[in-house]
Ligand binder design. Structure first.
Ligand SMILES: Cc1cc2nc3c(=O)[nH]c(=O)nc-3n(C[C@H](O)[C@H](O)[C@H](O)COP(=O)(O)OP(=O)(O)OC[C@H]3O[C@@H](n4cnc5c(N)ncnc54)[C@H](O)[C@@H]3O)c2cc1C
Length: 416
């Protein structure tokens, strides 16, 4: 890949940077990378995030690759990457629109009716309506097609019952994308249908889950006789799995591409500069330098793996399994770097008090957030399966429940 911008890309970058310089404050070396799902849920953070998204939308910088009629800029995937690179250089509120813009939006674009596209996409792009993903259940995560939330049709309405879990942002979202089982007599993948749910519908109960890092980024969501109009069905009845695959492909590539590893290493370097071993900065210690060199080499490996996705995009191709590789290697690396940073911090490594901890406790925050990243969007083991099957071409796992009616697949007690 050619790492330099073409003249057109350079012009686009300059335009993006000029707008950002006028509308946001640049990040300094003291601004640390933060872990997954920090303080995203308080109303003030949500308000600031919506304000920033609306500002970008009004100036034509939201959803670079979406067509203009749906609120985008009509740009190329490479322009979108350039925008993200430039925006990352500035202090902006947390991005709470990833599930909408990164996952629900592309799914509606691929499978929605023209009416659905015009109703939902522009408000999603502007951040006026925020979206969550109602896929996982207590007994269906990696094996998503084993989900049991039921959708029963009554005339032009669907009645939904069941439980979802790990629903990021449900407590402040306006809409959700939901996969439910409309027919348990069909094989598990065939009995699924995909819906758009208004999160304020009667019968939806949202219970936040308290996390190890102190945040409450995700929730349990209970459905009791929730009524969804048929016009909110996305795709045909029974096409839910195919529609869900579009969402999942977009999820993995958005999580994978975010793992360039740059912020984590920069923060770790700062810890090594600011902490002391035997009266000297830790950075001067040969054993520390050796570990840092190893982390640097690995983080460059992750970064360049991410660039393979860019190469595919710039050549108009669909990215392959690089996103799985990047996510797997990147999340493990971030967690190991944060653990080493906490080790260097000595006793301060045990506290999350930003006022006293080197680099404002970012090592602790990354360390506590990374187990989540190693699970979300495909666990380490599931990603290894993908790499084994699609990259190394090893034989696939035996899947014995694919063809029998879902009702006959042995499971625990039903949740609905
Ligand atoms: C931070 C975070 C945010 C999330 N946000 C959302 C959200 O907004 N919406 C949503 O719907 N879900 C969300 N999830 C849920 C996420 O999609 C699931 O946690 C994930 O798919 C794993 O499912 P599970 O938790 O049920 O674990 P399981 O699938 O039960 O896995 C348990 C263990 O078994 C292993 N395992 C499972 N299958 C295999 C296999 N075939 N081969 C080898 N090992 C296997 C797994 O690797 C894991 O170690 C989120 C999760 C996290 C951590």
């Amino acid at each position: 890949m050619d790492f330099n911008d073409t003249p057109e890309e350079a012009a686009f970058r300059a335009e993006a940077r000029a707008w950002l310089e006028q509308n946001a404050e640049p990040r300094g070396p003291e601004d640390t990378a933060r872990g997954l799902m920090g303080e995203r849920t308080d109303p003030e953070t949500v308000r600031r995030a919506q304000e920033w998204q609306a500002k970008k939308y009004d100036a034509g910088w939201a959803c670079i690759t979406w067509p203009r009629e749906y609120g985008g800029r009509g740009g190329t995937p490479i322009q979108s990457v350039i925008w993200n690179q430039e925006e990352a250089r500035f202090k902006t509120p947390p991005n709470i629109f990833g599930i909408g813009i990164g996952m629900a939006g592309p799914t509606i674009r691929a499978h929605g009716t023209e009416e659905q596209k015009r109703r939902y996409l522009p408000k999603m792009a502007r951040g006026d309506e925020i979206w969550c993903q109602l896929f996982s259940e207590p007994a269906a995560g990696s094996d998503l097609a084993g989900l049991r939330t039921s959708a029963r049709q009554e005339g032009d309405t669907w009645i939904v019952n069941g439980q979802k879990i790990w629903t990021t942002g449900a407590q402040y979202c306006h809409f959700g994308i939901l996969v439910a089982r409309h027919d348990p007599d069909l094989p598990k993948h065939a009995g699924l249908t995909y819906f758009i749910v208004d999160m304020r519908s009667p019968g939806i109960e949202i219970r936040p889950i308290k996390q190890i890092n102190g945040g409450t980024g995700f929730n349990e969501v209970f459905f009791t006789d929730v009524r969804i109009p048929d016009e909110n069905r996305l795709g045909a009845v029974g096409d839910g799995w195919r529609v869900a695959i579009t969402t999942l492909m977009n999820e993995r590539s958005s999580i994978g591409s975010g793992q360039s590893g740059g912020g984590g290493f920069r923060d770790l370097l700062r810890v090594a500069r600011e902490t002391v071993i035997d009266g000297r900065p830790a950075l001067e210690n040969p054993a520390v330098r050796q570990r840092l060199a190893d982390f640097y080499v690995r983080s460059k490996g992750v970064q360049y793996t991410g660039y393979r996705t860019l190469t595919a995009l710039s050549q108009g191709a669909t990215p392959g399994p690089e996103a799985s590789l990047g996510k797997l290697a990147g999340a493990v690396l971030q967690q190991e770097m944060a653990a080493f940073g906490m080790e260097l911090e000595g006793l301060f490594g045990a506290t999350r008090d930003r006022a006293v901890t080197p680099v404002e406790g970012s090592m602790q925050e990354i360390y506590l957030g990374m187990p989540g990243l190693r699970i979300a969007g495909g666990t380490d083991e599931v990603l290894r399966n993908i790499i084994a099957e699609r990259v190394l071409r090893l034989p696939p796992e035996p899947r014995l429940d694919k063809t029998k009616p879902f009702r006959e697949v042995p499971t625990g007690p039903p949740n609905a």
